[in-house]
Design a protein around this ligand. Structure first.
Ligand SMILES: Cc1cc2nc3c(=O)[nH]c(=O)nc-3n(C[C@H](O)[C@H](O)[C@H](O)COP(=O)(O)OP(=O)(O)OC[C@H]3O[C@@H](n4cnc5c(N)ncnc54)[C@H](O)[C@@H]3O)c2cc1C
Length: 385
């Protein structure tokens, strides 16, 4: 068994965990990351691919809209290699969409998201495959972003600052000393090597597996797991991200990614992040919704379907709601459960992963007595690990 010592262990090699590792390393904190598979093997490698402008959430979730708007601009500066600046359109097809449009524009103005309103004809000049039914469209700075490029860039940066990364090495136990987590045990899937790591703090950035990780140390953490299915079609009939101009609903976004378009998504409760299937009705639903915006979709070849799971969290003291918000939470288990040395970061978006990491690293640094400001918004990511 290898014995290691560090200040912080980060669990999870998705967008959030790798961003936390980078942030801590840049502040001079010794940090080690364990990922059970490869980088971005979880939600990050199986998400929709949309760099949110914030537009989707301006009416439903103002805080997330503001965070996306700010982070969208930061990511364009620090990670241009992971982004395609497609731009985006919110298209209004019917009376209900046109009634939503003024609220949407008001929300964008309040958040500071730049918009341009186009007539249906103007929008079709930009995107000839848009439906003749499109009456108006709003231009927003949406984009397309690659989860793998973001993770490898964060890891390369973190390593430059001295961080260590163990891939294919799942954490199997949180080591407790009384009411405190003091490290982890992990086992390499490659060579069977066992690791026992002593740490002052452990950060749980395991996305939809965060509840399972907490349970490894006897810490209760209840997440609402929510599956989203996406459909990939062969070809790229639109240049921009196309959103339906309405209150966020199922199957109303088309994201161009490379030579394909990705349609999505659905929202279905699940109980196990490793055990779910794409259902036929989800594919039909997504296709039915998106074909209304781009009729050519009806004739396009289906390349593949895939799904991922959102870890949604509702604080115990907040009232029950139909749709759990996409905001993120830094959960200090000392305050919540009386277990020190352990923090979970959950919820949020890939677009806001850097900010989530900043808030997590702020909390960890305050515990460690490290007085170093976040600099992750200033320094560009290197080109891959
Ligand atoms: C269907 C869907 C579509 C989405 N679309 C978008 C979008 O278009 N734009 C956007 O901004 N956001 C989107 N999101 C949200 C975004 O994908 C997530 O916020 C983000 O990817 C979460 O990253 P993460 O690092 O927190 O989690 P993950 O990427 O899931 O990473 C967690 C990691 O923990 C690892 N792990 C699990 N158990 C262990 C263990 N025992 N030991 C070590 N490691 C372990 C997993 O292998 C995994 O790699 C979408 C989410 C879903 C579900």
């Amino acid at each position: 068994m290898q014995q290691l010592e560090t200040q912080v262990v980060v669990i999870g090699g998705g967008a959030t965990g790798t961003a936390v590792l980078r942030d801590l390393a840049m502040r001079g904190v010794a940090a080690v990351l364990f990922e059970r598979g490869n980088l971005s093997e979880g939600t990050t490698g199986n998400f929709h691919g949309l760099l949110h402008s914030g537009g989707r959430y301006v009416v439903s979730d103002r805080r997330t809209a503001e965070e996306c708007h700010a982070e969208n601009q930061i990511l364009r500066r620090i990670a241009p290699q992971a982004i395609e600046e497609t731009g985006g359109l919110f298209v209004a097809l019917d009376d209900a969409d046109e009634e939503y449009l003024p609220r949407f524009l008001e929300g964008c103005a309040a958040v500071g998201i730049p918009t341009t309103v186009l007539s249906g004809a103007e929008a079709r000049r930009e995107e000839p495959h848009l439906s003749p039914a499109v009456r108006q469209a709003v231009v927003v700075p949406d984009g397309s972003i690659d989860g793998w490029d973001l993770c490898t860039g964060s890891v390369a940066a973190a390593k430059e600052y001295g961080a260590r990364v163990f891939l294919y090495t799942p954490v199997t136990e949180l080591i407790r000393a009384g009411e405190r987590v003091v490290g982890v045990r992990a086992v390499s899937q490659a060579d069977g090597e066992e690791y026992q790591v002593r740490a002052e703090y452990v950060v749980n950035a395991a996305g939809p597996w965060a509840g399972q990780i907490a349970a490894l140390g006897g810490v209760p953490l209840s997440l609402a797991l929510d599956k989203g299915t996406m459909v990939v079609l062969d070809g790229r009939p639109v240049k921009r991200v196309i959103n339906r101009c309405r209150y966020p609903a199922d199957g109303d976004i088309i994201v161009p990614v490379g030579t394909a378009i990705v349609l999505g998504t659905t929202s279905v409760p699940v109980t196990d992040p490793d055990n779910f299937v794409v259902e036929e009705w989800e594919i039909d639903k997504v296709l039915d919704e998106c074909v209304q915006m781009v009729p050519l979709i009806d004739e396009m070849g289906l390349q593949r379907v895939f799904a991922a799971v959102r870890p949604l969290y509702k604080p115990p003291d907040e009232p029950e709601v139909d749709v759990v918000s996409r905001v993120f939470y830094v959960l200090d288990h000392e305050e919540l459960d009386g277990v020190g040395g352990f923090i979970t970061i959950t919820g949020g978006k890939l677009t806001t992963a850097r900010l989530m990491a900043e808030r997590t690293a702020d909390a960890v640094c305050a515990k460690l007595g490290v007085d170093a400001p976040c600099r992750t918004h200033e320094e560009p990511l290197p080109l891959g690990a």
